[in-house]
Write a protein that binds this ligand. Structure first.
Ligand SMILES: NC(=O)C1=CN([C@@H]2O[C@H](COP(=O)(O)OP(=O)(O)OC[C@H]3O[C@@H](n4cnc5c(N)ncnc54)[C@H](O)[C@@H]3O)[C@@H](O)[C@H]2O)C=CC1
Ligand SMILES: O=C(O)[C@@H]1CCC=N1
Length: 267
């Protein structure tokens, strides 16, 4: 089995590297294509991938084709690969908001998997939601799932709507966490800590809180109650957040990403 990854950016390269550890593939079976000269130079230095710049040299040999370019480059990629495709091939797209219908119409392929990963995939801690068209057999879907799982965990969803919805939660979600971290680091600096001290205070707090959450079956609300003493410091912070509607604002932000994914799909 041969896999081709189109677009060697954050996501494409992450998947290529993740898949290089898969038992289903060995390195000679991973091809990577990018149009940028700089990227190609970088790729040629990674000895364990075959790097390509021409679609005709790699697309016909691929069984599974990962498409990991920005959504606004999807049409030009579809145009270029169309000529070299055959109906047995499976397209796996990680592009935000590019619908299955658009991929099928653009490529002529019927076997399509639409997936939404996230950036922690880079360290094997990603979460990918995915959905496969009915033309993808159960065995093929299992192979794709195994490949996606080389970068972390995955969930198969039952409707394409959930791919856009998970974009608003897990796809874009790491940025919300970084936003929160940034705000707390700024507060630490404001209180007089050095940048290094602020970074340690915040990063270890996030790591510890997430570890606690993962190790016990307790809701975030119950954990908040364990941290907050009645009339104490935490309650003062939580009251401030409630008074400023932070909960609602975070939910609105997640929906803004969800809605943007839907909107991208209409273009
Ligand atoms: N970065 C993230 O956290 C996430 C990104 N995604 C999706 O992944 C896709 C890729 O995003 P990133 O990896 O962040 O982008 P990126 O900009 O890091 O990588 C895109 C790569 O595609 C290459 N490229 C552009 N046009 C091309 C063409 N015609 N043929 C071949 N290669 C071409 C570029 O040279 C670049 O190396 C996007 O569609 C995005 O929606 C999905 C989930 C999370
Ligand atoms: O911001 C974006 O459009 C992509 C999709 C999810 C994360 N990054």
């Amino acid at each position: 089995m041969k896999v081709l990854v189109i677009g060697a950016g954050n996501m494409g390269l992450t998947y290529a590297e993740g898949m290089s550890k898969s038992k289903r593939l060995n390195n000679e079976n991973i091809m990577v294509l990018d149009k940028s000269e700089e990227k190609l130079k970088e790729l040629h230095q990674i000895s364990y991938f075959d790097a390509f710049e021409d679609f005709k040299d790699c697309v016909p040999q691929a069984d599974i084709i990962f498409i990991a370019v920005k959504p606004y480059h999807s049409e030009s990629v579809f145009e270029e690969i169309k000529l070299f495709l055959n109906p047995k091939q499976i397209a796996v797209s990680v592009m935000a908001g590019v619908t299955i219908q658009t991929i099928q119409e653009g490529t002529g392929l019927t076997k399509v998997v639409r997936a939404m990963p996230n950036l922690p995939a880079q360290i094997g801690q990603g979460l990918t939601s995915f959905i496969a068209t009915k033309e993808v057999s159960n065995d093929e879907a299992l192979i794709v799932e195994d490949l996606l799982n080389t970068t972390g965990k995955s969930i198969q969803v039952t409707s394409e709507r959930f791919i856009d919805a998970s974009t608003g939660i897990s796809g874009s979600g790491p940025a919300y966490v970084f936003y929160f971290m940034q705000s707390m680091m700024e507060a630490a600096t404001e209180m007089g800590f050095s940048k290094e001290e602020g970074t340690l205070l915040v990063s270890q707090t996030f790591k510890g809180a997430v570890e606690l959450f993962n190790q016990y079956n307790i809701t975030p609300k119950a954990w908040m109650e364990k941290v907050a003493s009645k009339g104490g410091t935490t309650q003062a912070a939580l009251d401030s957040m409630d008074a400023n509607n932070v909960n609602k604002l975070i939910q609105e932000a997640a929906f803004a990403a969800f809605n943007r994914a839907v909107e991208l799909g209409k273009k």
